[in-house]
Design a protein around this ligand. Structure first.
Ligand SMILES: O=C(O)CCC(=O)C(=O)O
Ligand SMILES: [Fe+2]
Length: 315
């Protein structure tokens, strides 16, 4: 086991000694029965080596290109602390396209960027998996479809994707939250697929998850109001519901996939280190008629791209 192993996965490894690797996919590209048990028990699962080095490289290169082609005059700041900033039209429309969100601390008081735009962007979202050919290819690859199916999704439907930079020094904190808050289906079905595109460590702001937190259900929703604003339906302080010491760090090497149950509570600290922590994340729901994607979710598709399921015909 490499030096990456977090406190959590060491425990896992010890308790599964002698069995097939709990940290890798099976040869057939599916999750093992043990991995499924672990995912449903804990609300998350780490799979190392899911993306190859060349896939990681390709996604990183493409993100770099997208940023190079972006004109920072059209600016929007991403903040999980103050959602008010994200209520603008740019945010709402980003569910349909490729939009760029700056780090909160990217700007000087005079409004100019502190550093190069390539080191100032918090994330790109939220339709990379549909609107960009390179992200589309990876997101809709057979191995991703197979993984989604092996999680039990009948009609895996990706609804949101993000390239997250977690920039050196200014990479913002992501406050504790549940992904189903933002992409609610009735009944809930969201699974987050989060790929490390660089080694993620405690130093550069890895994910922290509360094992078992999904069992308490989804605490609140983030809604699009009838006048096209966004708001939470209630105030929830996750750190009152969970102690900080219930969270474990997921220190994972580049190429790892972290699966997050939609009700899992997770967060990441700001990145105070000099190293970035790039990640690509895609949220998938059950797209079968048994599950309804609610019309008051903030992310609604209009125009060119409609939601489109992963192609499971060849898996
Ligand atoms: O990358 C992070 O720090 C948080 C990402 C996240 O919350 C997600 O992808 O659901
Ligand atoms: Fe999340």
């Amino acid at each position: 086991m490499a030096a990456w192993t977090s406190a959590y996965s060491q425990t896992w490894e010890a308790s599964t000694e002698g069995r097939a690797s709990p940290l890798h996919l099976q040869q057939d590209g599916c999750l093992s029965a043990e991995q499924l048990v672990s995912f449903h028990r804990d609300g998350f699962l780490v799979i190392e080596g899911f993306a190859t080095a060349s896939e990681v490289e390709e996604l990183r290169r493409r993100a770099k290109e997208l940023v190079e082609g972006f004109d920072p005059a059209t600016r929007s700041v991403f903040s999980t602390k103050s959602q008010a900033i994200t209520t603008d039209q740019y945010f709402l429309e980003s569910g349909n396209n490729i939009s760029f969100f700056f780090e909160e601390n990217a700007f000087r008081e005079d409004g100019n960027l502190r550093q190069d735009k390539a080191l100032s962007i918090n994330k790109i979202g939220h339709a990379l998996h549909d609107a960009d050919p390179v992200f589309r290819r990876f997101s809709r690859s057979q191995k991703v479809a197979q993984l989604a199916q092996s999680l039990g999704l009948q009609r895996p439907l990706p609804v949101q994707s993000m390239y997250i930079f977690k920039q050196p020094k200014i990479g913002g904190e992501v406050r504790p939250h549940q992904d189903s808050t933002f992409l609610y289906t009735d009944p809930p079905s969201v699974v987050g697929l989060w790929w490390a595109l660089e080694d993620a460590t405690r130093t550069n702001g890895c994910l922290w998850v509360a094992p078992g937190s999904h069992a308490k259900g989804v605490a609140r929703r983030f809604l699009r109001t009838p006048d096209d604003k966004v708001a939470f339906d209630k105030d929830v302080d996750y750190l009152q519901l969970f102690n900080k010491d219930e969270f474990v760090p997921l220190e994972v090497p580049s190429g790892s996939l972290v699966l997050l149950h939609g009700a899992n509570v997770h967060f990441s600290y700001e990145n105070q280190s000099g190293k970035s922590r790039h990640a690509y994340s895609m949220h998938v729901i059950e797209g079968a008629p048994s599950h309804k994607y609610l019309p008051d979710n903030w992310l609604q598709r209009k125009g060119e791209f409609q939601f489109e399921p992963l192609d499971c015909t060849s898996t």
